[in-house]
Structure formats: structure tokens, C-alpha cells
Design a binder for this molecule. Structure first.
Ligand code: 7PJ
Length: 295
């Protein structure tokens, strides 16, 4: 059985079963836990709690990307996130990811101990490709239409699955040209980033197609699409819907789910994995071996 292994700068993420990425948002205005983990000690403790609950990876965000968000200066992101990454990397063996589009923040995050760079702009920012290539970190390339400030105003596609697939394939190619090994790349269709509910659902239904490009990370946790489907306006009421979405993601071929609620997601995935005939037995993730064929 083929199981990709992501080498997050010495910390391995084995994709032999669906993996859980716990979210720690250190932004003042994050839509779901805005301001809660601005205090470094609170962020560190929350990250360690998520690890205890079964997170296989922790993603730290210092830059808000919620719809309508205004960019956070690099210096401020670095000051917020570096001490936290250092502390968490020292206190657990779980790989740490830094959620940023800024090359300077990436460099500082990796120096502090991050083994993955998670970029909602797929390394299109100035210097980002070069820093990522030099860093040796795994990169998560996400699709976004437009910019956070305005992306939900009028998202438009002729063929959302085809266009996102093309974008991600092109970015993988750009990464390889910059010297990033294919085995260090993860792709993400970017749920909610310049997408209407119908777009998000089409992407979710076709997740397997993205696994043809690289291992897939899917982030639907507490997002507005869950609110739209369930009628839950309060973000805190979206847990059951989010767990269902995580489960569907892995059934459709996601290797990693990015979630706020690690304990609950872990249990849901464990029940699914216990089923002997489930396709997870083929290795989390249906990332086919051909994705990593040496050419
Ligand atoms: C995503 C993300 C996502 C990746 C955010 C939130 C909003 N990175 N950063 N994928 N969403 N790769 O925390 O829900 O879906 S910020």
C-alpha cells in the first residue's frame, strides 16, 4: 500500500490514515476564535491541548484571511507568532505549520521551528517561492479567487472544479521550477475563499480529482458554508456540521483535515476508519502512488 510521508523538516507526517491539523488563530478578528489566542500563553496551551486531543499537525495563523479582513503587517505577525512556535515546537514532536503569505513571516516561522508553510495565496507573494524553496519545509498551496477583503462579493467561475484544478497544477509546477520537491507539496481547493455555497459543494464532491495532483488538505471547519447548510448563524453552533464535513472530506480523498475541534473530529474519523471495507484502507488519502512518481 502506498502511503506518502511528508517530511516537515525532520518531523514526519505519515499519510497512512487521515490526519488532523488543529487550528490556532492568533488574530484579533478571526471569525471563529477572534482574539482568544492573542495572548501567547493561551495560544501555547491551546496548541498543546489540541495535540493531546489527537492533532497530528498544528497550524498557527497570525494573518487574518476572513472575508473582509485587512492585512496584518509582517512585523506584527512575526512578533506574535515566533515565540509561540518556538515554545510549541520545543514541547511536542508534532509538526508545526505557519499560516501566512508573507515571505519574511515564513522565514521567521521556519527558523522558529515550523516544518510546514500554509499559504492561502499559494506562494504568489513577493519572495515567497524562494523562501519556501530554501526552507526545506512542506508547503500547502491553497486556491483563492480574489483577495480576502473582497473575495466573497461576487465569486464567479465557468467551471469551478476545472479552474481550481488548473490553478493548483500550475502552482505545483511553479514550485517545482523553484526547486521545491513534489514530495513537499500539499494542495487545498480553499473552501470559502472566493466561493459561493454551490462552488464549495462542487469542490467537495470532486476532492478526489485534486488528490491526483498532490495530497489534499481540506478546511471546512466552522465556515459559513456549514452555517448556510445548517442554518447555524453562530459559529459556535457549527460543530456537528463541521465534523460531518471533515468526514466527507476524507471519504472523498483528503489526506489532512484542518479543524478547530480536534477531539470531536478525531472520534468521527476513528469510527469511519474502524469500518473494515472503507476505502481508507487504501491509505488515507487516496493520493495515488503515481503522484510521486519520479520523472
Ligand atoms: C484555510 C486556511 C483553509 C488552508 C484559513 C479559517 C479561515 N488555510 N486558512 N485552508 N482557512 N490551507 O481558519 O477557517 O481552508 S483561515
Amino acid at each position: 500500500m502506498f502511503s506518502p510521508v511528508l517530511d516537515c523538516r525532520g518531523r514526519e507526517l505519515v499519510l497512512d490514515r487521515p490526519r488532523i491539523c488543529g487550528i490556532v488563530n492568533m488574530t484579533p478578528d478571526s471569525f471563529s476564535d477572534g482574539g482568544k489566542f492573542l495572548d501567547p500563553q493561551a495560544a501555547i496551551e491551546h496548541a498543546l491541548l489540541l495535540v493531546e486531543q489527537g492533532a497530528d499537525l498544528i497550524d498557527f495563523g497570525a494573518e487574518s484571511t476572513r472575508p473582509g479582513a485587512v492585512p496584518v503587517a509582517a512585523k506584527e505577525q512575526i512578533e506574535r507568532i515566533v515565540p509561540v512556535i518556538e515554545a510549541v515546537a520545543a514541547r511536542t514532536r508534532v509538526p508545526v505549520s505557519i499560516d501566512t503569505s508573507d515571505a519574511d513571516v515564513m522565514r521567521a516561522g521556519v527558523a522558529a521551528g515550523a516544518g510546514m508553510i500554509n499559504d492561502v495565496r499559494a506562494l504568489r507573494g513577493e519572495g515567497a517561492l524562494e523562501v519556501a524553496a530554501e526552507s526545506g519545509a512542506v508547503v500547502c498551496l491553497m486556491h483563492m479567487q480574489g483577495e480576502p477583503r473582497s473575495m466573497q462579493e461576487a465569486p464567479q467561475y465557468d467551471d469551478v472544479v476545472g479552474e481550481v484544478h488548473r490553478f493548483l497544477s500550475d502552482r505545483v509546477f511553479a514550485c517545482q521550477l523553484a526547486g521545491i520537491d513534489k514530495k513537499r507539496i500539499v494542495v487545498d481547493p480553499g473552501f470559502g475563499f472566493g466561493k459561493l455555497l454551490a462552488h464549495n459543494l462542487a469542490l467537495l464532491a470532486s476532492l478526489e480529482r485534486f488528490a491526483e495532483i498532490a495530497p489534499v488538505l481540506a478546511g471546512l471547519s466552522r465556515k459559513s458554508m456549514i452555517g448556510e447548510i445548517t442554518g447555524r448563524k453562530r459559529v459556535g453552533d457549527r460543530l456537528p456540521g463541521s465534523v460531518a464535513a471533515a468526514l466527507i472530506s476524507v471519504q472523498r480523498g483528503a489526506s489532512i483535515v484542518r479543524v478547530h475541534d480536534v477531539a470531536e473530529t478525531r472520534d468521527a474519523l476513528a469510527v469511519w476508519q474502524a469500518m473494515p471495507e472503507q476505502p481508507v484502507q487504501r491509505g488515507a488519502a487516496r493520493t495515488p502512488a503515481s503522484v510521486w512518481d519520479d520523472d
